[in-house]
Design a protein around this ligand. Structure first.
Ligand code: ZN
Length: 293
């Protein structure tokens, strides 16, 4: 590995514990991603986005990023004696390629921090070894995604840009362009780092039905998508046709409505803004809901 400056410092000593909570592992990999970003900012002399993986990959011992035909895979990481090579799927969008690259850099941070030990400690109530392997793989990928998010949209820089304008559904596209990430990753990041509590939701047409209904694909609340106390869960996850959300789906203009959320034991009615993105079969609607407005 190209960089080994972590060896012996107190971050490394935090890695050793036998059992590491999931939250703790996430914090460790994000903290390490943040160090990498800071090193990059220092080197190039400014903190202006975008943060392109190919520009700072060398700091993490990545010799080359190659575009390749990878079939169904988004990216692959190869480890050689003198560093890493990332191959990324050239058929996917530029924003997707950047996220995949950053995710693979996340894998290098993951192995540097020896987080595999944490993954091995994940227990799961099952006698099916395949299920356990799947749960652990998912946990590993989630950690690398968290690192990728911090690399492409460093929390402090993203928040600085976010606070530059009042948050609305129009902020999503602007931030996605500035940070060169997809609309969906930008929307999730807004919900994660916004000072004003904000919930991001993605709606898609219900597949294999003729109902024209929309269905919730995911929602991310404040506090890094943890589903603990204070987590806002939409009461209804399906929307029948016609509706305000369908107006957003069918036109390009943003719409305003209200949405009920379950938070702890209460039900709260929150103002929500929605906008449609994408074309044809892949069209979807993103909403931002604001509990404090
Ligand atoms: Zn991965």
């Amino acid at each position: 590995m190209g960089t080994n400056y972590l060896t012996g410092n107190n971050l490394t000593s935090k890695v050793a514990p036998v059992s590491l909570g999931s939250k703790q592992a996430t914090n460790l990999i994000i903290e390490r991603a943040r160090q990498l970003v800071n090193q990059f900012i220092e080197q190039r002399g400014h903190d202006k986005p975008p943060f392109l993986p190919e520009e700072f990959a060398h700091l993490q011992g990545i010799k080359k990023i190659e575009k390749a035909d990878l079939g169904g895979a988004s990216a692959v990481l190869f480890r050689f004696h003198d560093g890493y090579v990332i191959k990324v799927n050239q058929k996917q969008s530029i924003a997707r390629q950047a996220f995949s690259c950053a995710h693979e850099i996340g894998h290098t941070l993951f192995s540097e921090l020896k987080l595999e030990q944490h993954i091995k400690n994940i227990e799961y109530r099952t006698f099916n070894p395949q299920a356990l392997i799947r749960v652990r793989a998912k946990a590993r990928e989630r950690l690398c995604d968290a690192a990728a998010t911090e690399l492409l949209m460093p929390e402090l820089v993203f928040r600085k840009y976010l606070s530059g304008f009042s948050i609305s559904v129009h902020s999503i596209e602007r931030l996605a362009n500035i940070f060169r990430v997809s609309i969906q990753t930008a929307a999730i990041r807004i919900a994660e780092v916004s000072i004003e509590p904000c919930i991001a939701l993605l709606w898609q047409p219900r597949l294999r039905t003729k109902s024209k209904g929309l269905q919730l694909a995911w929602s991310v609340g404040p506090g890094r998508s943890s589903r603990g106390k204070g987590y806002y869960m939409p009461v209804h996850t399906r929307v029948a046709y016609p509706s305000t959300l369908h107006k957003a789906y069918e036109n390009d203009s943003a719409v305003k409505s209200f949405k009920l959320f379950k938070v702890d034991t209460a039900i709260k009615r929150c103002p929500m803004e929605s906008k449609g993105f994408g074309r044809g079969e892949t069209r979807y609607v993103i909403s931002l809901a604001f509990p404090d407005r």
